[in-house]
Design a protein around this ligand. Structure first.
Ligand code: NYM
Ligand code: MG
Length: 188
């Protein structure tokens, strides 16, 4: 009998929402319960393309907006064969950002770029200002209107443990659903 496919779990949101913490905890609890699971993140700064993106985010290089958008996209595509193989083998992938960040961050750029640049810093990287992050949040809200994506909204203002419990419950449901789905549907 063919092995059951894994689920593709993507955590999206503004910077500092706690996505990385939650991805790590989720993978740990899945593995402890004997379910094959691995974490990935985008941008994946370890590849050659990822290093170009990382230098841009750290303001060590300047890139034209369309160019960096396409680099983020290429950075996801270069890992698709590996992702597909893992899902096919039954491994659930927990991903810290995916293409929705690509759409939300790039489309937030035309909004108040000069104003955003003047505001207080979240961290040191590009995009890490409260004005920019509010624009990104609005873009995510628009993207969530797409009914073909199984969006689950998590209240990230809860405690780390409560957010974790919430994500874990929804993930176990997604894994059950994925087990009955052919992989091909995802990769048309
Ligand atoms: N980001 C991430 C984009 O602008 N486009 C994308 O396609 C992706 C995947 O990279 N501020 C931005 C969002 C973040 C920044 O991500 C670095 P992280 O999760 O902080 O490493
Ligand atoms: Mg960051």
């Amino acid at each position: 009998m063919a092995c059951k496919r894994g689920a593709l779990i993507v955590l999206e949101g503004v910077d500092k929402a706690g996505k990385t913490t939650q991805c790590n905890k989720l993978v740990q609890v899945l593995q402890q319960s004997g379910r094959p699971a691995e974490m990935m993140r985008f941008p994946d700064r370890t590849t050659t393309i990822g290093q170009l993106i990382s230098a841009y985010l750290e303001k060590k290089s300047d890139l034209e907006d369309h160019t960096v958008h396409l680099l983020f996209s290429a950075n996801r595509w270069e890992l698709v064969p590996l992702m597909k193989k893992k899902l096919d083998q039954g491994t659930t992938l927990v991903i810290d950002r995916y293409a929705f960040s690509g759409a939300a961050f790039t489309s937030a750029k035309p909004l108040n770029p000069s104003e955003a640049a003047l505001r207080g810093q979240f961290g040191e990287e590009r995009y890490e200002t409260s004005v920019f992050q509010r624009a990104v949040q609005q873009k995510f809200e628009q993207l969530m209107k797409d009914p073909s994506v199984n969006w689950q909204v998590i209240d990230a203002s809860q405690s780390v443990e409560d957010v974790h419990t919430d994500i874990k419950t929804r993930t176990l449901n997604a894994i059950n659903t994925a087990e009955n789905q052919p992989l091909g549907q995802l990769w048309k």
